[in-house]
Design a protein around this ligand. Structure first.
Ligand SMILES: Nc1ncnc2c1ncn2[C@@H]1O[C@H](COP(=O)(O)OP(=O)(O)OP(=O)(O)O)[C@@H](O)[C@H]1O
Ligand SMILES: [Mg+2]
Length: 434
């Protein structure tokens, strides 16, 4: 017979060898870098102008970034920083290249579904890349201890206190002290203050808001990463809730993001784990928009249906069971989203079953279904060690048609995503001003 001690000793053996295994299989010294982008891509997919028009602008003004010409090549290649400088300085027929940015804080989008493997991480990664190439400043938050997005973004060594778990601990310390301070006589407070909480929680309480944010290979995409050790966040959160019964555990992430300066980011994207728990509830509570990817199989439809029901029930339970705690913390219940969108992924237009499933989704959910499904593409499957996005892959490494088709599919999905984000942003701006 075997019990928990076997699992613990297996874990210890594995941890002792982890560095060696990683070295042999993962080459951690390799750093992820972002490739440059060719004038063909920039003119066709980003600025939407003829390549010759862009070339002429560059010749006319030598003070503009000029990119670099590869040996034996003729194309010019530009870094993302150079592309962003061109965006700021160029206009075409009076049209600015800067993306629309209403005032107020960044819009927050949770990519979420408790069905595993539907493409949440691929969608979150590609939307973040597409938004950055469109000129937006993006923060991604990895809520999933599988940490696929974190690894895809090139981060390998992440400590658990730098993850969403750390943000929840810090929030508990701050909320505990706020609640004590709200009593005329603090000694009347039946709940603990931060210095009565466990040491590991207290030690995170002093972290500053920016300490949780890390850089990626993309100058305009930052990340709050995850790591496998953060898996115990579900378990730990249940313990902390028992320690402090007045803690609005579902509002940690929302409070944290409210502390960021409004202008630091434009779009914040959450990659959620395939589960409904403390982390995904925090993601839902912090989100303005829910983006629910689903694959084209019947079981995915089935699972997406139960996800919608279970998330609905969980939010309903919070509204009824936690109303006074939420009110005290300044959280308005019920939680309201600006929008909820369903997005079909891994779609094959030549597969009759996929077409039937997309039809079924549209019949059932109507205009809540995104018009542009994301196609199944080899470009995603063969994306290499860092799980490069289609945007990160150099199109010369595959047939240009394969790459272009894949890119156009993600671009179309991004176009719709951007419309959804801008609609939510503008509505909020009107409310703010009104
Ligand atoms: N459009 C696509 N074309 C081809 N392969 C895809 C596509 N989208 C996702 N995949 C593949 O499907 C698998 C699952 O994708 P992904 O990791 O994004 O799913 P997920 O929903 O985040 O999974 P989890 O629930 O485990 O977090 C991956 O191997 C990915 O490469
Ligand atoms: Mg994932």
């Amino acid at each position: 017979m075997r019990d928990h001690s076997d699992l613990q000793s297996m874990n210890e053996r594995s941890l002792a060898q982890q560095a060696a295994v990683r070295k042999a299989t993962f080459s951690p010294s390799e750093r992820k870098t972002l490739r440059p982008f060719s004038i063909w891509e920039i003119s066709q997919f980003m600025f939407q102008v003829p390549a010759d028009t862009l070339r002429k602008k560059l010749v006319d003004d030598p003070s503009l970034p000029q990119g670099a010409v590869e040996e034996d090549g003729r194309q010019r290649w530009f870094s993302l920083a150079e592309i962003n400088e061109l965006r700021r300085r160029l206009r075409f027929r009076g049209r600015s290249l800067l993306p629309k940015r209403p005032s107020g804080r960044a819009v927050r989008v949770a990519v979420s579904n408790f069905k595993g493997g539907v493409g949440k991480t691929v969608v979150a990664h590609h939307l973040a890349n597409a938004a950055a190439l469109d000129g937006y400043r993006v923060l991604v938050v990895d809520f999933d201890p599988q940490a696929t997005l974190t690894h895809s973004m090139g981060l390998i060594e992440v400590k658990e206190w730098n993850t969403v778990w750390g943000i929840m601990c810090r929030d508990l310390c701050r909320e505990a002290d706020r609640i004590v301070a709200s009593y005329d006589d603090p000694s009347d407070c039946p709940y603990p203050s931060s210095d009565e909480l466990p040491d590991d929680v207290q030690s995170i309480g002093a972290q500053r808001v920016q300490d949780f944010i890390q850089k990626t290979a993309w100058a305009t995409i930052d990340i709050i990463p995850s790591c496998a050790n953060a898996a115990f966040v579900e378990f730990a959160s249940a313990q902390y809730r028992a320690l402090h019964k007045a803690w609005s555990f579902f509002g940690c992430m929302s409070r944290y993001l409210d502390e960021l300066p409004d202008d630091q980011y434009d779009i914040i994207i959450f990659d959620c784990p395939p589960a409904i728990g403390y982390q995904s509830l925090n993601a839902a509570f912090a989100a303005d928009i829910l983006y629910v990817p689903s694959g084209p199989g019947y079981w995915e439809y089935d699972s997406t249906t139960s996800y919608l029901g279970q998330l609905g029930d969980a939010l309903d339970d919070i509204s009824t069971g936690f109303s006074s705690i939420a009110e005290d913390a300044g959280i308005h219940l019920p939680k309201q989203f600006d929008d909820i969108r369903l997005l079909m992924t891994r779609f094959e237009a030549s597969n009759p079953l996929h077409i039937a499933m997309l039809d079924a989704f549209q019949n059932v959910f109507g205009s809540d279904v995104c018009k542009n499904a994301i196609e199944m593409t080899r470009a995603v499957e063969q994306s290499g060690r860092f799980q490069q996005s289609v945007y990160e892959q150099d199109y010369r490494q595959m047939t240009r048609e394969t790459w272009k088709r894949a890119r156009q599919s993600f671009d179309a999905a991004y176009g719709e995503f951007k419309e959804t984000v801008l609609r939510a942003w503008e509505q909020r701006e009107v409310k703010h001003v009104g």
